[in-house]
Design a protein around this ligand. Structure first.
Ligand SMILES: [Zn+2]
Length: 85
């Protein structure tokens, strides 16, 4: 208890780590110290005590960019090696 910043919505100090989210799987919330207040269900950054929304958007953009980069690398690789027509 008390390991995380107080809830920005109700001031509660019982926030618990979120282990899995729809936007970041298991890695995202771990990277962003994503915690949830058990009293008002508000999720926020347990380190800064502020909303994680901006960080989540950045995380998604980066995750999307990585997927695109892997796809482009795969297309380039398979084209160079004649695996595709
Ligand atoms: Zn709260």
């Amino acid at each position: 208890m008390g390991n995380y910043a107080n809830c920005p919505n109700c001031g509660g100090s019982n926030a618990a780590k979120v282990s899995f989210t729809w936007w970041g799987g298991a890695l995202g919330p771990a990277l962003l110290t994503h915690v949830k207040c058990p009293d008002c269900k508000t999720a926020y950054n347990g380190k800064t005590g502020q909303s994680n929304t901006t960080a989540i958007i950045i995380y998604q953009v980066i995750a999307f960019a990585i997927v695109v980069a892997i796809f482009i690398a795969w297309v380039t690789f398979s084209t160079v090696h004649g695996l595709r027509r």
